[in-house]
Write a protein that binds this ligand. Structure first.
Ligand SMILES: *[C@@H]1O[C@H](CO)[C@@H](O)[C@H](O)[C@H]1NC(C)=O
Ligand SMILES: *[C@@H]1O[C@H](CO)[C@@H](O)[C@H](O)[C@H]1NC(C)=O
Ligand SMILES: *[C@@H]1O[C@H](CO)[C@@H](O)[C@H](O)[C@H]1NC(C)=O
Ligand SMILES: *[C@@H]1O[C@H](CO)[C@@H](O)[C@H](O)[C@H]1NC(C)=O
Ligand SMILES: *[C@@H]1O[C@H](CO)[C@@H](O)[C@H](O)[C@H]1NC(C)=O
Ligand SMILES: *[C@@H]1O[C@H](CO)[C@@H](O)[C@H](O)[C@H]1NC(C)=O
Length: 930
């Protein structure tokens, strides 16, 4: 029966290889006898084959015993090589030891039959180091997954030896060097995932030979060159992602051959020319990202027909022209529609058929006709129930904002129509969009009143209604928007007084009411808003009255604009408390009196303008000590000598014209010489001053002599405590002090090293010595951070660093240590969580903190932090406050220690915020681009 079947099979085979004519002739010729003979022959043949296979199998097993041993030994040794090149802070690879068979090591999977490694998976384990070239010896490896680690250096070309490799997943590391050419020999590769590294060089030209490739993800590297046309041969490819590289040239035509492609991400490169039309023909595409490049041309009219499955479409930041194809309304799966920053013209098609739109971004184009009904497309967006962001700013849209905006999904979070030619008034239906956090309609011709219903948008963070034609008063209801950070009503026709209610918006960091027709006084409620930091602008109104003295609350304010009003009275001395001020513009008002001396505390001030007021008195000397690059005192009533240092050395930076009573100064100012009589008195003053100064100098000299003599006596016994942190000690003396770093002196181990107790020679005083473990990644950095942080701070509740040691040990290795005051009572961690077997000598059994002690320690810690944050010269953030870092001296006072993770708070925080707000468009784009 089976034989018969075989014949028929053979027969069929035969059929395949001959033309039907020949076959018929043959059929006739073959006699029954011959058939029988043939059958016999076949039987023999079969038997022979069986024999051969059996023998082969037997000999194979015979070989394999030795072979397997050798090979599995190879895999074990290879894995150990991999381990030895890896830095493993979590100690994951400690399980890779001889007590366990390597097939059970963490992350290793072996084939069941051969006991060879087929999967090596060590993802997200904080590993670093390099990938060992020996990895090429794991010849049965099918999957190598090292993603989300910190491996550095190049991918070893030996990866090309892994002929069975199917998945290579190295994304999110710090790999450099090129993609090894040899990778193209891994002919079984289906996924090559190298995204988020620093890989450079070209994409290998013959990458197209990896015929099984389905995913190729090279995003976020530093690749250069062009996309090799051979990519078009990868007929199984579903994901081709090369965004965020430096690839250039034209997008090859051959990409259109990839009929299974689902995601094509080319964004953030420098591709030029037009997009091959074949790409718009890949019907399977779901994601098409060509944003941020240098592409041009127009989009095909039938885009929505040929790419009906797209959910993500970005062509933003290119040079595309022509209309947005009407057919996009066909893309019923569309969620991200990003056309921003191109040269698109014409109307915007309706997207009523699209129901899942999330981001609609068409800003910075030439869309719209400037006439009525331009914004009708907005109404079609109301079918999308999860709409999040709509940005149609910087186009030519005209007409009114349609009433239907109130029908947009309540999920809408950001909405911008700024910089268009819109007219009409702002409909109160906007108040339906209760989840709006960002609303901008600035730069239009919107008139009418600001609807008080705007106060319902209680989640608003940024409200930009400036540069329009709004009339009426500032609505009181703005005070309801307590989470608001940015409020701009600049350049409108708003009248009336400033209501005090925005004083309730205590998250406000930017307030701009400039260039309106506001009158009355600046309400003190607003000058109490200590959150204000970027700027507060009241300029170019008709404001009167005095500047409220509460202005001193604005300790974080970077810029204050009061110019072009009718403010009067003296400049309040409290202005000197606005210590973050960089720009102060008070010109064109009626301020009188003198410049208060408190302004000398404005240590960051760069520009001051007091021109066109009625200020009088001397030009204060302290102005020359401030970091001013521009100072305008023109047209006031200042008198006396002009200082000659600092900003006063630069005649273009300083203006003093229109002050008839000023004299002196450097010659370019062309002021009259100060009167002889005056200079007489001043020389008399000089004389007195110099006598006094020399007197004091002599006194100081004598006193320091006495002090030094006294100190010399003391020094023998007190070397360290008098060192004040500047004396360094040697490795040798530390070795001696700690009995050779013996474990009996070990009082703790921390993240970056060990702490020993010891007594340095000469002084009997006991100290704590922290020896940094420099093999630990980051320890050296931590040492520097701690030295930096402690250099200039001093507080009774901070652990005092006596000195430091930086040098070499006897083996010639780097050695770094910090020497602290010894805290007799250890850390509060030891008190709160006493360990059973724990800390040797200092563990009396009845250790317990009473309530008073706890409160005192808490107060000590709070004092230390108040000092670090508010009173030290540069604010310091400790970053690592925990019980084990709060130490107790012998009187149970708390001392904060371990500044190994400390950071200086950058002074330029508001610069950062300013940058953030100036690039909203790009931010939105980046948030959503793949
Ligand atoms: C290698 O394989 C042999 C045979 O399967 C086995 O006896 C031996 O224990 C293996 N050695 C290692 C290190 O896995
Ligand atoms: C890997 O193979 C190379 C070349 O065959 C050899 O030199 C190397 O010693 C091998 N490494 C291990 C760990 O077996
Ligand atoms: C070896 O690995 C096993 C399993 O993880 C572990 O329990 C053991 O402590 C390790 N031995 C050594 C000496 O590290
Ligand atoms: C797009 O595909 C259609 C049919 O699949 C074909 O007729 C047409 O020539 C293709 N266009 C381009 C530009 O490849
Ligand atoms: C908003 O503000 C107005 C005027 O200040 C007030 O009458 C109203 O109750 C406030 N609404 C809410 C929800 O707080
Ligand atoms: C003087 O001030 C002007 C304007 O602020 C500036 O451009 C110039 O660099 C300054 N010159 C010097 C020598 O500081």
């Amino acid at each position: 029966m089976s034989l018969k079947k075989q014949t028929s099979v053979l027969g069929t085979r035969h059929k395949d290889h001959t033309t039907s004519k020949k076959k018929q002739e043959k059929k006739k010729k073959v006699s029954l006898l011959a058939l029988a003979a043939l059958m016999d022959l076949r039987q023999w043949f079969l038997l022979c084959i069986t024999c051969t296979i059996t023998t082969a199998l037997f000999s194979c097993t015979a070989v394999s015993r030795a072979e397997v041993t050798r090979r599995n030994e190879t895999d074990r040794l290879t894995l150990l090589e991999v381990k030895s090149n890896t830095v493993d802070p979590l100690g994951i690879l400690s399980s890779w030891n001889s007590t366990v068979h390597f097939c059970h090591w963490h992350g290793v999977t072996c084939g069941r039959r051969h006991q060879r490694v087929i999967i090596l998976e060590l993802q997200s384990l904080q590993l670093s180091g390099t990938i060992s070239p020996h990895i090429g010896n794991l010849s049965f490896l099918r999957e190598l997954n090292l993603r989300n680690n910190s491996f550095i250096s190049a991918i070893p070309p030996e990866v090309g030896l892994l002929s069975r490799l199917q998945v290579l997943r190295l994304n999110n590391n710090s790999l450099t060097g090129p993609i090894p050419q040899a990778i193209t020999r891994c002919s079984n590769l289906t996924s090559l995932l190298l995204a988020q590294n620093m890989i450079e060089g070209n994409v290998p030209a013959d990458i197209g030979s990896l015929s099984r490739l389905q995913k190729l993800d090279l995003r976020g590297n530093s690749l250069t060159g062009t996309i090799p046309p051979s990519v078009g041969n990868l007929s199984s490819l579903e994901y081709f992602m090369v965004s965020r590289n430096s690839l250039g040239g034209a997008i090859p035509n051959t990409l259109g051959n990839l009929r299974n492609l689902r995601q094509l991400a080319l964004g953030e490169n420098t591709f030029v020319g037009t997009v091959p039309s074949s790409i718009f023909n890949i019907t399977s595409l779901e994601l098409l990202d060509m944003g941020i490049s240098q592409l041009k041309g127009s989009l095909p009219w039938d885009l929505g027909v040929t790419l009906p499955n797209l959910y993500f479409l970005s062509v933003a930041y290119n040079q595309f022209t022509g209309p947005i194809p009407r057919s996009v309304s066909n893309m019923s799966s569309l969620s991200f529609f990003i056309m921003a920053a191109n040269g698109f013209t014409g109307g915007v098609p309706s997207l009523a058929e699209v129901r899942g739109l999330s981001l609609f971004h068409i800003a910075v184009n030439h869309l719209g006709s400037g006439e009525a009904d331009d914004l009708n497309f907005l109404c079609s967006l109301s079918n999308s129930a999860s709409l999040q962001k709509v940005d149609a700013s910087q186009n030519n849209f005209g007409g009114a904002i349609p009433e239907c905006i109130g029908n947009l999904s309540k999920t809408l979070n950001a909405f911008s129509l700024s910089d268009n030619a819109l007219s009409g008034s702002l409909s109160s239906s906007i108040s339906n969009l209760i989840n709006l956090e960002f609303l901008s309609i600035m730069g239009n011709n919107i008139s009418g009143a600001i609807p008080p219903e705007i106060g319902d948008l209680i989640n608003t963070k940024q409200l930009h209604l400036g540069y329009c034609q709004f009339i009426g008063e500032i609505p009181d209801a703005l005070g309801n928007l307590t989470t608001m950070t940015h409020l701009s009503l600049r350049e409108n026709n708003l009248r009336g007084t400033i209501p005090p209610s925005p004083g309730k918006c205590n998250s406000l960091i930017l307030l701009d009411l400039g260039s309106n027709k506001l009158y009355g006084a600046i309400p003190p409620e607003i000058t109490r808003l200590s959150s204000l930091s970027i700027y507060a602008d009241f300029s170019m109104n008709n404001l009167t009255g005095e500047l409220p003295m509460e202005i001193g609350n604005l300790k974080n304010l970077g810029e204050l604009d009061l110019f072009g009003n009718k403010l009067s009275g003296e400049i309040p001395a409290s202005l000197g408390s606005c210590i973050s001020l960089e720009k102060l513009y008070m010109q064109d008002n009626s301020f009188s009196g003198s410049i208060p001396s408190t302004l000398s505390s404005l240590r960051g001030i760069q520009a001051m303008n007091f021109s066109n007021n009625r200020l009088s008195g001397q030009v204060p000397q302290f102005l020359q000590d401030l970091p001013l690059v521009s100072l305008d005192l023109a047209f006031n009533d200042f008198e006396g000598a002009l200082p000659m240092q600092g900003v006063f050395t630069n005649v273009t930076a300083t203006s003093v014209v229109g002050n008839a009573k000023l004299c002196g100064g450097l010659p370019p100012f062309q002021l009259p010489e100060c009167k002889i009589e005056r200079s007489n008195t001043s020389s008399r003053v000089k004389l007195i001053v110099s006598f006094t100064v020399s007197g004091i100098l002599v006194l100081v000299l004598v006193m320091s002599l006495v002090y030094v003599l006294w100190r010399r006596k003391e020094r023998k016994t007190l070397t360290l405590s008098s060192s004040d942190g500047h004396l360094t000690v040697s490795y040798q003396s530390l070795l001696k002090a700690t009995d050779g770093f013996s474990s009996t002196n070990l009082i703790g181990t921390g993240s970056f090293g060990s702490v020993y107790k010891g007594a340095l020679d000469l002084s009997e005083k006991v100290v704590a010595i922290k020896v940094l473990n420099l093999a630990q990644y980051g320890a050296s950095k931590s040492f520097m951070a701690e030295c930096q942080a402690l250099r200039n701070i001093r507080h009774r509740n901070l652990v005092k660093v006596l000195t430091a040691c930086s040098g070499f040990d006897y083996q010639g290795n780097d050695f770094k240590a910090l020497i602290y005051e010894f805290m007799a009572n250890g850390s509060i961690d030891e008190w709160l969580h006493p360990r059973a077997s724990g800390g040797a000598e200092s563990a009396p059994s009845s250790r317990k903190l009473n309530l008073l002690q706890r409160v005192n320690i808490a107060r000590d810690v709070a004092c230390a932090f108040d000092y670090l944050h508010h009173q030290s010269e540069i604010p310091i953030v400790h970053c690592d406050l925990k019980p084990s870092n709060v130490l107790l001296d012998d009187e149970m006072n708390g001392h904060v220690g371990d500044f190994g993770l400390a950071r200086f708070l950058p002074a330029a925080t508001h610069e950062f915020l300013r940058e953030q707000t100036s690039s909203v468009g790009v931010r939105i784009y980046r948030l959503y681009s793949s």
